[in-house]
Design a protein around this ligand. Structure first.
Ligand code: FAD
Length: 353
């Protein structure tokens, strides 16, 4: 007879591991399915020099603090090492590489179709992150542009851009950090929709997390939200961005009108030859594997949830996709709260079905 799991978790990143921590404590029969060849999930693909916004002790999953970093904030490799050790420490049952193609619901059970096998489960946690769904805005003429263009998810290091004229598009932290290192070897402009605001130098991810939590609790209590109290700015002044400021490269310009074959046309009608464009324009949600469930999704790709529980599909939870699935749930420190609540709900649900 084919095994029926209490819960199958799709994904093997920080969100899936945080859920596994609580599933293990709940003594449920579960497995994680991850399509990567090794631990680390999307951290394996981020650019080489990426460091966290916060020190190790404020970047930890439930149960075990991230070991101290060799630098002020952990490096990308240190996060991968932490996630690797976390899996081992809690002996998390995880199968990889296993790509979930489709999740359907039939006769009260989820059928999880993968390349080689079909899994059955009473409940499913989708924890597939955002990295799979990079967003590139539409600009007129982009198809005829013959220069190099790629999304920040494909950026690894600046060497190949040396000596080139490069546009970095996007006013978030990815844009600021990629600009900071590309501007050392290339002639860059930072293209943003509006002026960006920088956090004070002494404010890091800890403060942002505290601020996000305070806002969340105020909302839960139905208290009025004073936007100024919760808005310090958006760019975290990590050391590389501070260094870029000393070189005067953190200036922004408003978007170009359209592409030409060799470059762009600026709002004042000036044409310029551009060698490369890096789109630091964010991510949607990697939810294609849920297509068979026919969940309604809004224009941004979100589906209706209460906390992390799908409103439309009983037995399905979505963890780690951002504030809409739990405040600060797309961070190492924040996802534990969502995971704990999710597993508590799954335990109750399984008692009733
Ligand atoms: P992922 O890490 O994306 O893991 C999802 C896993 O599921 C992946 O292994 C993926 O391959 C797999 N998967 C997807 N689809 C399928 C499928 N159909 N079948 C099987 N497997 C599948 N967070 C912090 O806490 N601190 C920071 O300082 C910080 N800095 C960041 C800087 C940048 C530039 C970026 C982009 C993110 C940063 N984050 C930070 C956020 C954090 O990296 C992500 O939010 C986090 O990786 C999300 O974890 P996750 O487990 O939800 O998703």
């Amino acid at each position: 007879m084919q095994e029926i799991y209490d819960t199958i978790v799709i994904g093997g990143g920080q969100s899936a591991l945080a859920c596994a921590y609580y599933l293990r404590r709940a003594d449920l029969n579960y497995v994680l399915l991850d399509d990567q060849p090794a631990p680390g999930a999307s951290w394996r693909s981020y650019w080489d020099s990426l460091t966290l916004f916060s020190p190790a002790m404020f970047s930890s999953l439930p149960g075990w603090l991230m070991p101290e970093s060799t630098s002020e904030n952990p490096l990308r490799e240190e996060v991968i090492s932490y996630l690797t050790q976390y899996e081992q420490r809690y002996a998390i049952p995880l199968e990889r590489p296993v790509r979930v193609q489709d999740v359907c619901h039939k006769d009260g059970l989820f059928e999880i179709r993968c390349d080689q096998r079909l899994y059955l489960a009473r409940t499913v946690i989708s924890a597939t992150g955002t990295f799979r769904d990079p967003i590139v805005p539409h600009y007129k003429g982009s198809k005829q542009y013959e220069g190099l263009q790629f999304h920040s998810s494909q950026y690894k290091s600046p060497e190949t851009l040396a000596g080139k004229r490069v546009l970095i598009v996007g006013g978030g932290n990815s844009g600021a950090q990629i600009l900071a290192e590309v501007s050392k070897v290339a002639d860059t402009s930072w293209v943003t929709l509006e002026e960006v605001s920088f956090l004070p130098d002494d404010v890091d991810g800890r403060v942002l997390f505290d601020q996000a939590s305070a806002r969340y609790y105020a909302m839960q209590k139905g208290e009025p939200i004073d936007p100024y109290r919760y808005s310090l700015g958006s760019i975290v002044m990590v050391p590389t961005v501070k260094e870029a400021r000393t070189r005067g490269v953190l200036q922004t310009v408003r978007p170009f009108e359209r592409f030409t074959a060799t470059g762009v046309v600026w709002p004042d009608s000036q044409e310029e030859v551009i060698d490369a464009v890096i789109w630091c324009t964010g991510f949607g949600y990697a939810l294609d594997h849920l297509a068979c469930l026919q969940l309604q999704r809004d224009p941004k790709g979100k589906t209706a949830v209460e906390g992390t529980r799908s409103i439309q599909q009983p037995g399905l939870w979505l963890v780690g996709y951002g504030n809409w699935t739990g405040f600060a749930s797309a961070t190492l420190i924040g996802v534990g709260r969502s995971a704990r609540q999710t597993v508590a709900e799954i335990e109750k649900y399984l008692e009733q079905v």
